[in-house]
Design a protein around this ligand. Structure first.
Ligand code: HEC
Length: 171
């Protein structure tokens, strides 16, 4: 083997390994940008729908709320949507004193999102994977928008209570 040939092999090998690494790390093609944008729009639409419904229920059935708060109704809708395979959504606490312990931030994303929201962010998202498929995770703020929310949760009206955390497939 001539020195020149050996050198050429070495260069080709180095180049091949170099690009291979680059592809598996930084340049790994993520989900299509337009698909991410469509998923984000879907989340913002769901967010308006859920919040309008929950606040509407709270205002309309103020007295009955003491038996079943709107959060419980929201939880039932979230469960149904998940069972049907549409998306996952969850009410997560940001006060440190949740009404129910299970509502404390649990996953790494929920913890990051609650920290960001406590720091003043109104929206937080990341592109991730669930079962090998791309998903958009997002968190939107839930303040005590009504007097009822504030008095039952022992905070001031307008204070931050938590977030709705979404996980929606990117298609
Ligand atoms: C009568 C009491 C009551 C009222 C009024 C009420 N909630 Fe709650 N809220 C609860 C209870 C109980 C839970 C726990 C429900 C569960 O997870 O099963 C809860 C859960 C939550 C959570 C999840 C974190 C936690 O504390 O467990 C958020 C966020 C929340 N409510 C926001 C609101 C908002 C916003 C309003 C007003 C639109 C509101 N709540 C009105 C009783 C109330």
């Amino acid at each position: 083997m001539t020195t020149r040939f050996a050198l050429r092999v070495a260069v080709i090998l180095a180049f091949g390994i170099g690009t291979g690494w680059a592809l598996t790390a930084a340049d790994k093609p993520g989900p299509d940008k337009a698909a991410v944008e469509r998923t984000r729009e879907q989340i913002l639409m769901l967010d308006d729908l859920y919040k309008t419904a929950v606040v509407g229920i709270s205002q309309t059935y103020a007295a009955q709320q003491f038996d079943t708060p709107a959060a419980v109704v929201a939880g039932a809708v979230f469960d149904a949507m998940k069972k049907k395979g549409w998306h996952a959504a969850r009410l997560v606490d940001a006060t440190g004193k949740p009404k129910r312990k299970d509502n404390i931030a649990d996953t790494p994303f929920e913890k990051k999102a609650i920290e960001a929201i406590q720091g003043g962010k109104k929206y937080f998202e990341e592109i991730g994977e669930a079962n090998g498929k791309p998903v958009l995770r997002a968190a939107t703020i839930v303040p005590a928008v009504l007097k009822q929310c504030a008095s039952c949760h022992n905070v001031k009206e307008g204070d931050l209570l938590g977030a709705i955390v979404y996980e929606v497939p990117i298609k």
